[in-house]
Design a protein around this ligand. Structure first.
Ligand SMILES: Nc1ncnc2c1ncn2[C@@H]1O[C@H](COP(=O)(O)OP(=O)(O)OP(=O)(O)O)[C@@H](O)[C@H]1O
Length: 336
């Protein structure tokens, strides 16, 4: 299955002053893979992606895309990888066709090649009927398509997409996601996003970083199979006492806070031997102590759990229980 690596990151490190944004990150992406790149805010995803596109040089380590080292010297490196940055620097006053033609010129493409590329990306990104529009008059979804069109213009083998659906409405999210899936038939893609259900739907592998370090790399199924049975309880409680009470429950282990909300709301998780028995015990104990239980549920092995567990190892996952992953509840079995 694993073919030649199209993206190779070897010991990538990058600091900004005293901030160690990325530390010794290594992974590979094989030809044809669509890999989700995950991590909490500030984990170092964008910085890593910039190093994989040659727009930022690492302090240490090396990156290779489609066999071309991104060392600032190799001609052709920029053409090998198409990059959709988190904040697309579109020239807002330009018309779409002028902007894309300009992108082709930057790539050093001749007039004929630019015309062919224009037809190809307009078709691939469903921009027909929008190419005469000035960029600032387009909806955010269509601006994102223009961003994708510029990433595809030189027909790269590899695409690096930094949060392509961020800030879009639900309809546009689905359309851009479908577009990415279509592109994945012929490209190798690395996609960063905070929307975990999106990753579960379209990627079979994820790379997760936290605090600038790699914390997981594998097939989603393999990573979630390694999780123990668990329940979580959302309560308004005092943190230290909550953890002590949960840790003392027979049949429970590894109590930890996995999310925090407003008004002292905490979501704590424990690994359990028997989820029904321990849930009943937890419910009685917390109720007797006077803590208000807002939710008690069985934590099915999802990518969300993999994400929370792996990123928690570096203490950087502070997530609002309501915002952990929108639209997640259909996969979550509510125990009580
Ligand atoms: N140009 C820069 N100058 C200084 N610090 C930076 C710079 N770029 C990134 N950082 C810092 O490096 C760390 C990693 O940032 P990065 O943008 O790579 O994270 P991220 O995982 O993409 O976050 P998000 O999900 O919020 O976009 C953060 O602490 C950030 O503040």
């Amino acid at each position: 299955m694993i073919q030649a690596a199209m993206i190779q990151a070897e010991g990538l490190s990058k600091s900004f002053g005293s901030v160690r944004a990325v530390r010794q990150v290594s992974f590979e992406v094989a030809r044809g893979e669509l890999v989700g790149f995950l991590g909490p805010n500030g984990a170092g995803k964008s910085t890593t992606m910039k190093m994989l596109t040659g727009s930022l040089l690492p302090d240490e380590g090396r990156a290779t895309v489609a066999g071309v080292p991104l060392d600032g010297r190799s001609i052709g490196a920029r053409a090998a990888v198409g990059y959709l940055p988190e904040h697309t620097p579109l020239y807002r006053e330009m018309r779409v066709h002028r902007y894309l033609d300009f992108v082709g010129q930057v790539h050093g493409m001749g007039r004929r090649k630019r015309r062919d590329a224009f037809d190809r990306v307009v078709d691939a990104c469903d921009l027909e009927g929008y190419t005469d529009r000035r960029i600032h008059t387009l909806s955010k979804g269509y601006r994102q398509r223009v961003g994708l069109a510029q990433a595809l213009f030189a027909d790269p083998e590899v695409l690096i997409l930094d949060e392509p659906t961020s800030g879009l409405d639900p309809g546009e999210i689905v359309r851009i996601r479908d577009l990415v899936v279509r592109l994945a038939r012929s490209k190798t893609i690395m996609l960063s996003t905070h929307v975990l259900p999106e990753v579960e739907e379209v990627c079979h592998r994820v790379v997760i970083i936290a605090g600038g370090q790699l914390v997981a790399d594998g097939a989603i199924g393999d990573l979630s199979e390694g999780l123990a049975a668990a329940i979580s309880v959302t309560v308004v409680a005092e943190e230290a006492e909550l953890l002590r009470l949960l840790g003392d429950l027979p049949g429970a282990s590894r109590p930890r806070i996995v999310a925090r909300g407003d008004a002292g709301r905490l979501r704590a998780m424990i690994e359990v031997e028997d989820r029904f028995e321990v849930a009943a015990r937890a419910s009685r104990t917390l109720h007797d102590r006077g803590f208000e239980i807002l939710e008690l549920r069985h934590e099915v092995p999802t990518l969300e759990r993999v994400f929370l567990e792996r990123t928690r190892m570096l203490g950087s996952a502070t997530v609002d229980p309501d915002e952990t992953s929108p639209g997640r509840t259909e996969n979550t079995e509510v125990t009580v």
